[in-house]
Design a protein around this ligand. Structure first.
Ligand code: DQA
Length: 142
């Protein structure tokens, strides 16, 4: 079994209800059920927080004992040096995912403190980005 932790940042607990024109109408919980069905060979751990320091804790706690981390730090992507530093500090490969195309939105969303520390980034492909990141980890780890 491959162990993958998905970490979602602030406001992503409201997916499905939050700006559906930008982020879609599916909740993350419903999506996670499908993701687990799609990848039965993966043991997914899911963590979401609206609090920056809790996200740093989750990165540290999952950063040495998992096979990969898929992270969407949401708005903290654009502001958090601490989350970027936490990703640089750990051992496991991290893939950055954004549901929306951050490059096609406000200028402040074009800055990421995470991209340079991640193995790679998937942006603008909706929730499918998490599935694509999972595929990459399956093919490139272990
Ligand atoms: C987001 C993009 C961020 O700019 C925004 O603050 C989010 C979600 C995305 O998944 O598209 O909350 O990370």
């Amino acid at each position: 079994m491959l162990n993958i932790t998905i970490i979602n940042g602030p406001n992503l607990n409201l997916l499905g209800k939050r700006e559906p024109g930008v982020y879609g109408s599916e909740s993350f919980d419903d999506f996670l059920v499908q993701l687990k069905q799609q990848f039965p060979q993966v043991n997914f751990t899911y963590y979401q927080s609206n609090i920056e320091g809790e996200l740093v804790d989750a990165i540290q706690q999952n950063g040495f004992n998992q096979d990969g981390i898929i992270i969407n730090p949401a708005a903290y992507t654009h502001t958090s040096v601490a989350i970027g530093d936490a990703i640089a500090a750990i051992k496991v490969p991290v893939i950055e995912v954004h549901i929306s195309n951050v490059h096609a939105r406000e200028d402040f969303r074009k800055i990421s403190h995470v991209s340079a520390k991640a193995v790679g980034s998937i942006v603008g492909l909706g929730l499918k980005g998490y599935a694509l990141a999972t595929e990459w980890l399956i093919q490139n780890t272990k």
